[in-house]
Design a protein. Sequence first.
Length: 162
Amino acid sequence: MQLDHDQLRQLLALLGDSDIQELKLEGDDFRLEVRRNLPAPATVTMVQAPAGPPPQAPGPAVPVGTPPGPSAPPPPAASVRSDLQAVTAPMVGTFYRSSAPGEPPFVKVGSRISAGQPVCILEAMKLMNELECEFSGEVVEILVENGTPVEFGQVLMRIKAG
């Protein structure tokens, strides 16, 4: 497989218009990895493969992102109070309220939290990512059930600032 600069630009333009967070592509003499965690800018790394024996055939394909076609937007939130701040998912993944099964949750409704405190874990591609709150306050709502898949930008919980 060969990939010239024009094809690379086209691929990056298509990825920029999609919600795909990570893509890995390998050819005979190159490896391309694109990772992004919106709203940060995309990161592109292209590594020249060393000369040597050809790589083994890859294993089964793993779907990346969401399947093509129309997808239903997240349901609209019922009247959102203006004094609440939303904690949203920075990536697609699985929401977990605690660090391990049987462990107490990071936060509960009514918990006081401070900026930088972990509030949940989002699992993406078998990586556990602690999500830290960006502001202090009191947890008023937790909108996602433990073990539920979440979409990028989905509101996970609401915090009353203070």
